[in-house]
Design a protein around this ligand. Structure first.
Ligand code: AMP
Ligand code: ZN
Length: 665
């Protein structure tokens, strides 16, 4: 066999195993043997670079970094779906459909509505070429490298199918995989993801595709878009797509009438919780493609399809106890501890109660029978009390007055829904939480130190605040449980390295209440140093764009606290960046002061993000949508047609990338 043949045969073999495992759910090789073959292929490809193929199974492990996702205009617009909630709605829809078609001969497909992020996969000559998110329907972000890591998506189609086509589908995170990811995060002291849908869509925009490859993402397909008229019906096109390797769920069903549609709806309304992934409804489509074409689209959705939304599921159960959790900022969250009950396929024991007002508003009391509902979020919520079942001796809920962790009296400021434990420096979950936040990826990004270790270091009395991190010595850390010399060293090195982290991130890391990533950026840019920020008075603070009363007051509270002043001084002494570096100041001007820009399309001399940064560095403001207030639109290639029309309508100046560069240089 020639090298080329060897490479081809390994690729075919690995593709087949991938297909068996990820699409058919039926492993045909051990993980170990698979890895051996993959390594062999990697080696051969490296030795014979002339046979490189972007769709080789070796390309699925990730390794590429995408700094900026290019905006790509969809060849065929990605529409939304109209919703319906009852049998009457569906009958009305059928009437409209049949009126346009002038026939009562209509057949439908029923599919589950998968709850994830929509994706458009383009294939040319049977080869996968790109993947683009839905975006605003007209244009989305190209996420090809990340999508390639999803093993159930075929990268080349050999068998008989249409050759140029787009596959539309949904990127989802199966519930099992989602729960596993969360267990790991909680172990690492990170906050759990809220729901599979947001996590799936967030995954598509990760910069490092190796990270995407680690996530148990899947892709379920529901539409073939092509100009080749090979198939007469939607059902037939999907059945064939499944045959050539796409994961088209077998749940798709043909229905000859709306009554049959309703059988499908009723079945899945109760059985949907047995599925390995989340669904929030059913999608009904006119099956005949010719009829679909005749029906066409409204300004937002196809006339030939409609979604039917399930009602959020509800159960009632007893409220046994209300407990209180303390977050890193001292915020108190009341938690309802429930008599365990089955809801939407899982056993529910706890529900969020939000805050004191919510409890008072619904008059929730211990001993009550309450209605619990599960919507899009994993944590269910209490929506009402079943007053008929309230016990006679029931008593009003008196909200906690003291911290459950440190027994300090709680405070609540006007206009804030939450209570706080003010004992910032002495309340264990706040101490640990604040340091965990400080070291997290978007803040000081300290490698070699995890959330659990922070808690251990605190328990051992080695740290009680983030400034203490910079005084840690390897010798102090080594004796700790499960700490090897190497990891102790890594940890100290990681802490040392964080002294290079720029001021805006340090400011975020400090964990000042209401100062999130974006606010921290704004403040850093405006005040340039922690010293300037800490002496700013209320008026100065609220004069800054987008800084409101609540944030301003929080900064003043932080700055006037002696403990914080000491911490800042210690961080300064340790060499942490507490002012904007001279280098980044150099590129800043006021040339664009007061001007609002919208950036659209693809650029050549700089990336979208660089462009946005340049606008901000020169005192301008970037807005995501066009309005009367917009001063300029910087238009690259492929600017969205809807944006263009709007800009022209409002008479806003459209400038090119070069015009912009001239403006600031
Ligand atoms: P909506 O976002 O509520 O307007 O619903 C439209 C979205 O539903 C589409 O963009 C798809 O991402 C998603 N969807 C999920 N399952 C299906 C399906 N079987 N057929 C069509 N669209 C689906
Ligand atoms: Zn406390």
């Amino acid at each position: 066999m020639t090298n080329q043949q060897k490479i081809q045969s390994l690729r075919d073999e690995l593709n087949t195993h991938n297909y068996n495992y990820y699409v058919l759910d039926n492993a045909s090789i051990s993980d170990y043997d698979f890895d051996v073959k993959l390594k062999e292929l990697e080696k051969l490809e490296k030795e014979n670079p002339e046979f490189f193929d972007p769709n080789s199974p070796t390309q699925r492990v990730g390794g590429s970094i995408t700094k900026n996702f290019e905006t790509v205009v969809h060849k065929n617009r990605m529409y939304s779906l109209d919703n319906s909630y009852s049998k009457e709605d569906l009958l009305d829809w059928e009437k409209r459909v049949q009126k346009v078609l002038g026939t009562t001969e209509t057949e439908y497909t029923c599919e589950l509505k998968f709850d994830g992020a929509s994706i458009n996969l383009t294939y040319q000559n049977g080869q996968f070429v790109k993947a683009v998110t839905r975006g605003d329907g007209f244009q989305g972000d190209e996420v090809t490298n990340n999508i390639k890591t999803i093993r159930s998506i075929p990268l080349s189609i050999k068998e008989d199918f249409v050759s140029n086509f787009e596959m539309r589908g949904e990127i989802i995170l199966p519930i099992d995989g989602f729960n596993k990811m969360n267990e790991e995060r909680v172990e690492n002291g990170e906050e759990a993801y809220r729901n599979p849908r947001n996590t799936a869509s967030g995954s598509l925009k990760l910069q490092d595709s190796t990270e995407v490859a680690k996530r148990p993402l899947d892709c379920l397909l529901y539409q073939v878009v092509t100009e080749e008229r090979k198939y007469k019906t939607h059902f037939e096109s999907l059945e064939n797509a499944r045959k050539v390797g796409f994961k088209v769920p077998e749940t798709i069903t043909l229905a000859k009438s709306i009554d049959e549609v309703f059988e499908f709806v009723n079945h899945w309304d109760t059985h949907r919780h047995d599925l390995p992934y989340e669904t929030d409804g059913i999608v009904i489509k006119v099956n005949n493609l010719q009829q679909q074409e005749e029906l066409g689209y409204t300004s937002k959705a196809p006339r030939w399809a409609i979604a039917y939304k399930f009602k959020a599921e509800q159960v009632s159960t007893k409220l046994n106890e209300i407990t209180y959790q303390v977050g890193r900022t001292g915020a108190i969250t009341p938690v309802a501890n429930l008599e365990p009950v089955q809801l939407a396929g899982t056993t529910v024991k706890r529900a969020s109660l939000h805050n004191a007002d919510q409890i008072a508003k619904l008059d929730i009391r211990v001993g009550d029978t309450v209605f619990v509902e599960k919507g899009g979020e994993i944590i269910p919520k209490i929506i009402a009390v079943d007053f008929a079942k309230r016990p006679k001796n029931s008593e009003h809920t008196i909200y906690a007055t003291h911290c459950p962790e440190c027994n300090t009296e709680l405070v609540r400021t006007e206009g804030d829904a939450k209570h706080y434990c003010p004992n910032e420096f002495g309340c264990a979950p706040q101490i640990t939480g604040r340091i965990q936040h400080f070291i997290s990826r978007k803040a000081m990004d300290i490698d070699g130190l995890g959330g659990e270790t922070v808690d251990l270091l605190r328990k051992e009395g080695l740290i009680t605040n983030y400034a203490d991190l910079y005084d840690l010595k390897v010798e102090q850390v080594i004796p700790l449980e499960r700490m090897a010399e190497k990891s102790a060293q890594n940890m100290i090195e990681g802490i040392e390295k964080s002294k290079e982290i720029p001021f805006e991130k340090v400011l975020f890391a400090l964990g000042i209440r209401f100062v999130g990533e974006t606010v921290a950026k704004k403040l850093a840019k405006h005040f340039k140093s922690i010293d300037n920020l800490m002496v700013a008075d209320f008026e100065t603070l609220i004069a800054v764009d987008e800084i409101g009363d609540r944030i301003a007051q929080s900064i003043i509270d932080f700055s006037s606290n002696l403990g914080n002043i000491q911490l800042i001084n210690r961080l300064k002494a340790s060499g942490v960046q507490l002012e904007v570096s001279a280098e980044s100041l150099e590129n800043q001007t006021n040339k664009l002061e007061g001007q609002i820009f919208v950036v659209s399309g693809v650029f050549h001399q700089m990336s979208r993000n660089e462009l946005k940064k340049a606008i901000e560095d020169n005192g301008g403001k970037v807005s995501s949508s066009i309005s009367k207030k917009t001063n300029f639109i910087v238009a690259g290639d492929n600017m969205g047609p809807s944006k263009l029309a709007k800009a022209e309508n409002l008479g806003i100046a459209i400038i090119s990338e070069q015009d912009f560069i001239d403006k600031i240089s």
